[in-house]
Ligand binder design. Sequence first.
Ligand code: GUN
Length: 305
Amino acid sequence: MTTETNGAEIIDGKLLAEDVVARVKTATGDLLSATGIQPGIAVIIVGEDPASQVYVASKGRKARECGFHSVQHTLDAETSEADLLALIGKLNNDAAIHGILVQLPLPGHIDEGRIIQAIAPEKDVDGFHYINVGKLGTGALDSAFVPCTPAGCMIMIERRLGHDLSGLSAVVVGRSNIVGKPMANLLLAANATVTIAHSRTRDLPALARTADILVAAVGRPQMIRGDWIKPGATVIDVGINRIAAPEKGEGKTRLVGDVNFDEAVKIAGAITPVPGGVGPMTIAMLMANTLVAACRKAGVNPPKF
Ligand code: GUN
């Protein structure tokens, strides 16, 4: 699952994601033949944000590839909060749907918090509902849904360092509810010694250099430099930033992470690339969460990912 270079191992997120998806497919077939239940996912998108449309289309494609029943609800940008709540209510009561995902961000007139809390916790495959946040925070991982991006990061970390991170120090740069906070809780549950850093942290480079595991989730292109990295560290780059790439021609762009990869790869022990690192894992974990939701509903033990 990794490529050796003179410097760091490059952690291949595409290959790891394919492995997760293959296991989801197998388990989906097993669930269907044992119980007649086919995992079902509903994805709701409100408005025409081009990036969101791309993400939602690829979630639908991957769900069908897994053998799921997959439905997409495309609502126009003026949809009222009440109408969106009514649709969520219907999906909460739909026995063919095991996972519900409302693509964020939502238009400004809709209260995102209210929408997320309206999703039945047992169908909240994003892991954003307070019930799931609380279960993760208290270590009740067996019945929680963990947000997909940090869940995917954790699989990458475990493949390199194992399931017990005792004695290792982890620094998570970024304190979002979607990535930074759940990531810190997962690392803590695996016995790492965890620090959450953010824009108000003093001397971030010095703190980052203490990290055996460094997770970057700030959304600032190439902010983390090579000399911020402890030699041999495992570096997980969650950032996906589009920047100008004049070297590719006028008006061209390219994707980069929050880590300066070319510098970091010389110092780290292992590092995720952008693209091809954390991104593919996120969607694979959404499939895993949906399968788990269907297994729980069926009273079948879900596989561990
Ligand atoms: N928009 C960007 N990332 C996410 C995500 O993980 N879940 C949802 N629902 N919307 C997103």
